[in-house]
Ligand binder design. Structure first.
Ligand code: NDP
Length: 493
């Protein structure tokens, strides 16, 4: 029988007020594997109400007490390592090899990181004058809404939840409708770890009703959002009614620049990883490849040969490295970009069609796809495809490569491949993106800030910088000499 999930509101597991449910489909098989509540605005009201009630007591705990809860949660995640990995593989199609070795351990590590780093958070004393003490303190925001995407269902919520919780906020989490199950399970583990009732609430349901009601809610101080740029724009608009803070981690169309002196074999290895990891459903995936003309043919041949070896298929098989796309509509969108690229004159070097193997027949698979002879005026080189589809472009000078890399509405990440560190650093300075890697692509640590510029959004996840995103700086002034501050008072006399 299909398992029916409930949502977490005020420490209780409840159905949607309407009683409606949504089907959760395994993208590798097309089968319905579970049902999750299809909540509405009234459920959002209840969840926010529970968070409002729970927030003061959670904020009043010491950071050490909150930190211990996060450490316990980290341990519980590893205690349920295989179960969580299987759940994410089932709802999202990520290969089990990835969810076991990457997603679940990283979720545990993120909570550990936030548990530790928040304890070193400080305020400042400001030397204004001898007659006063001026200081800054960091306070929680209150209730925050966390709205997350489907491409890394567990990790994307943990990035935000860890920071928001340890800094003393109560949270209402709205996971993606196509893959909410790992988030619901994390909510359950959070309760087991000792998060008080109402401090973490998880509600499922459509973004344009449930998500938007959360953004609109006057008692929500901030929205931490990761998702599409179009949705981010909508959230900014709606949030402006209540002058709410928003953190926006949005899309990307990321450049991968191979200079004439690059180590071509390591660049090819990096290219395959950054293009096809998670089936290309990564905001920072490399999708625009700029190759120096002297290396173009060799790089293209080696890249295609290496991409052919990517083992796609049944994500529950430990040997599989690339699973299906997350849902049928997304597969269709990716395929329409492939057709568009062909019409625009890009040369198909690899893939471009659905694989035809027994274990990919029913799922939403697209094979690794590489186009050559591309240019930036092609639509598929400008839009975020969010699938295993990339285009190669040849360039003559590093200046031209930078101009091509910057010719995008996005600004999330890029990489430069060169043996000359000085050139790498110089180009990193000229590329407009939140992260530029030199001789690497798609590597993120807890300690390093993550976030984009231009239409990739603003604000940072991860690193100590995210602690500022979930706290507000208050200035406190204390008079030390027993009389109100002197020079200006004279103005009224
Ligand atoms: P969406 O923007 O479609 O959805 C993200 C979340 O927002 C979902 O929970 C969704 O709910 C919800 N939502 C949808 N509409 C609204 C609305 N009007 N108001 C409030 N919430 C809403 O993104 P995807 O899930 O498709 O994720 C893919 C995108 O995420 C890509 O563009 C990718 O680049 C980006 N991303 C960015 C990252 C970064 O760090 N910059 C990292 C990872 C992904 P529902 O599921 O019900 O529609």
């Amino acid at each position: 029988m299909t398992e029916e999930y409930k949502v977490l509101i005020g420490g209780e597991w409840v159905k949607a007020g309407s009683g409606e449910m949504m089907d959760i489909i395994n993208p590798a098989t097309g089968e319905v594997i579970a049902k999750a509540p299809k909540c509405g605005p009234a459920d959002v009201d209840k969840a926010v109400g529970a968070a409002v009630q729970a927030a003061p007591a959670w904020a009043a705990k010491t950071v050490g007490e909150r930190s211990k809860v996060l450490l316990k949660l980290s341990q519980l995640i590893m205690g349920h390592h295989e179960e969580l990995a299987k759940l994410e593989t089932m709802e999202h199609g990520s290969p089990i090899r990835k969810t076991m070795n990457f997603d679940v351990p990283l979720c545990a590590e993120q909570f550990e990181y936030f548990a530790g780093v928040a304890r070193a958070m400080t305020g400042e004393t400001l030397p204004v004058g001898p007659w006063c003490m001026s200081m800054t303190v960091r306070e929680p925001l209150g209730v925050v809404g966390l709205i997350t995407p489907w491409n890394f269902p567990a990790l994307m919520v943990v990035w935000k939840l860890g920071a928001a919780l340890v800094t003393g906020n109560a949270c209402v989490v709205k996971p993606p409708s196509i893959a909410p199950l790992t988030t619901l399970r994390l909510g359950e583990l959070a309760m087991e770890a000792g998060v008080p009732a109402g401090v973490v609430n998880v509600i499922t349901g459509p973004g344009d009703t449930v998500g938007e009601a959360l953004v609109r809610h006057p008692d929500v101080a901030k929205i931490g959002f990761t998702g599409d740029t179009v949705t981010g724009r909508r959230i900014m608009n709606v949030a402006s009614d209540t002058v709410k803070q928003v953190g926006l981690e949005l899309g990307g169309k990321n450049a991968f620049i191979v200079l004439a002196d690059a180590d071509i074999d390591s660049a090819v290895e990096g290219a395959v990883w950054s293009a096809f990891f998670n089936s290309g459903q990564v905001c920072a995936a490399a999708s625009r490849f700029y190759i120096h003309e002297s290396l173009y043919d060799e790089f293209a041949a080696k890249f295609v040969a290496a991409a052919k070896l990517v083992r796609y298929g049944d994500p529950t098989n430990m040997e599989t490295v690339m699973g299906p796309l997350a849902y049928a509509g997304h597969r269709d969108k990716v395929e329409s970009y492939i057709e568009e690229a062909k019409k625009e004159g890009a040369k198909l070097l690899l893939g471009g069609k659905r694989p035809d193997t027994p274990d990919t027949k029913k799922g939403f698979f697209v094979a690794p796809t590489v186009f050559g002879n591309c240019n930036n005026s092609m639509q598929f080189m400008q839009d975020e495809i969010f699938g295993p589809v990339v285009g190669l472009v040849s360039f003559k000078t590093p200046e031209e490569a930078v101009a091509l890399a910057n010719d995008t509405r996005y600004g999330l990440s890029a990489s430069v491949w060169t043996k000359d560190v000085r050139t790498g650093l110089a180009l990193a300075g000229q590329i407009k993106a939140g992260t530029v890697w030199v001789n690497e692509h798609l590597i993120v640590f807890c300690e390093t800030p993550w976030g984009g510029c231009k239409q990739s959004g603003w604000g940072k996840d991860l690193s100590t910088m995210v602690l500022e995103e979930y706290t507000m700086t208050k200035h406190i002034y204390i008079d030390l000499i027993g009389q109100p501050m002197k020079p200006w008072y004279g103005l009224l006399k």
